[in-house]
Design a protein around this ligand. Structure first.
Ligand SMILES: NC(=O)c1ccc[n+]([C@@H]2O[C@H](COP(=O)([O-])OP(=O)(O)OC[C@H]3O[C@@H](n4cnc5c(N)ncnc54)[C@H](O)[C@@H]3O)[C@@H](O)[C@H]2O)c1
Length: 376
């Protein structure tokens, strides 16, 4: 393998741009990684695809994703299309011997996610990575290390919330995100999965849970047909009470209709000796409380991310200057490129992503039957 890697990007929307940002910047930031060669990108509309190729710095564009996979120079395929397309594109790419970088969630159903993980197992030498970027935040990685170090004692409780308000206005028009065939689940597949990635990464596997899925706004207006509505086919709210395998208990609360919340992806890890708190809306900070020292001086303290929290130092040499959302994508891509070179184990691979899908599936089953269920 040379010092370069040929890249194809499928989908050029919100996440397509974020992947492009990572491909454009990863070499400058990390230095000792493969240099992405931006060969071909794909989107459904020809004019959009052409324009994005120019903007994102790709050599050419196409409107057929199979052309991206058929290009022998493409070694790594990014999938940033709607959820309903992930399975077909990922499996075709793996069968063609490509590495795959796929946005979350894996697919529309557990069965489809299992098929993707099986294809990844079969594709020897191909590395897979899921876009669970929040776990790559240096602050979250530090939290994980501090929890494992025993600083806050044994973990006794986990409180997880992910709230956004992108669907809070009941008059917001219907979109693909609300359609089961394109998006699969609602809040659960869109944002709760990120919260689950943090819970599993920081605390560990979940053994069982009981859950509630609900749709608050059951109809949405159709943007292109004034006066007509379409049914919302997935959940606005997803909550669960969980028992971790290590005995800790916890809550998972999530909503896409929470007015005022922009990206409250907040986790609290309660220990026998203290507590650690992270909130994505304050993504460069950790809150730490340790139950020691004179009682009158006790209280939460804020730890600002800095060079002591790798790989922050790759971006900025000075503390407190702050990283942003797209920087997590560059960290994720650097990790993938190192995994392709065999320097690290990929995380979140499709195999890891499947563990999140098992929790999602348990939430769906529990909500349907109104009972506690074991996570497969
Ligand atoms: N990791 C994160 O933090 C994060 C954040 C937002 C979205 N996502 C995920 O990223 C994916 C895309 O979401 P988005 O917000 O970027 O959506 P988007 O609508 O902004 O962009 C999707 C793009 O894919 C294109 N597309 C759809 N089907 C295609 C096909 N068959 N061939 C080629 N192009 C196709 C669309 O035309 C569109 O340009 C979803 O799976 C979503 O869950 C992840």
């Amino acid at each position: 393998m040379t010092g370069e890697i040929g890249v194809g990007l499928i989908g050029t929307g919100f996440m397509g741009r974020s992947h492009a940002f990572a491909y454009n910047s990863v070499k400058a930031i990390f230095g000792d990684v493969l240099a992405p060669k931006r060969l071909v990108l794909c989107d459904l509309d020809e004019a959009v695809a052409k324009q994005k190729a120019t903007e994102f710095g790709f050599e050419r564009s196409t409107t057929h994703w199979r052309e991206v996979i058929a290009d022998p120079a493409v070694e790594l395929v990014s999938i940033t299309t709607w959820n309903g397309t992930h399975k077909q594109i990922a499996i075709a790419a793996l069968e063609a011997g490509k590495h795959v970088y796929c946005e979350k969630p894996m697919a529309l159903s557990l069965k489809h996610a299992e098929e993707m993980a099986a294809a990844a197992r079969k594709a020897k030498g191909c590395v897979t990575m899921m876009g669970y970027n929040y776990i790559k935040n240096p602050a979250v990685q530090s939290m994980k290390r501090l929890v494992a170090s025993g600083l806050i004692g044994d973990v006794i409780d986990f409180r997880g919330t992910v709230d956004e308000d992108y669907m809070a206005d009941p008059m917001l028009p219907w979109s693909w995100r609300l359609k089961a065939a394109d998006a699969g689940l609602g809040t659960l597949g869109d944002i709760t999965c990120h919260l689950i990635s943090l819970a599993l990464d920081v605390v560990g596997p979940i053994a069982k849970l009981t859950a509630l899925l609900d749709t608050v706004h059951k109809q949405r207006p159709l943007a292109d047909k004034p006066g007509e509505d379409a049914a919302v086919e997935n959940d606005d709210v997803a909550h669960a009470l969980v028992r971790f395998k290590n005995g800790a208990r916890g809550t998972i609360a999530s909503s896409r209709v929470a007015h005022g919340r922009k990206n409250v992806l907040r986790i609290e890890v309660h220990g026998t000796k203290g507590m650690l708190v992270f909130d994505q809306e304050r993504m460069n900070e950790l809150q730490l409380y340790t139950a020691d020292g004179p009682k009158e001086t006790r209280g939460f303290r804020t730890i600002l991310t800095g060079p002591q929290h790798p790989p922050y130092d790759r971006f900025v040499p000075a503390p407190g200057h702050q990283l942003g959302f797209n920087d997590m994508k560059a960290i994720e891509l650097a990790h993938l490129l190192r995994a392709i070179k065999g320097e690290v184990k990929p995380h979140m691979s499709f195999e890891d992503g499947l563990k999140i899908e098992y929790v999602i599936d348990a939430i769906v089953r529990s909500s349907k039957d109104g009972v506690w269920v074991a996570v497969a």
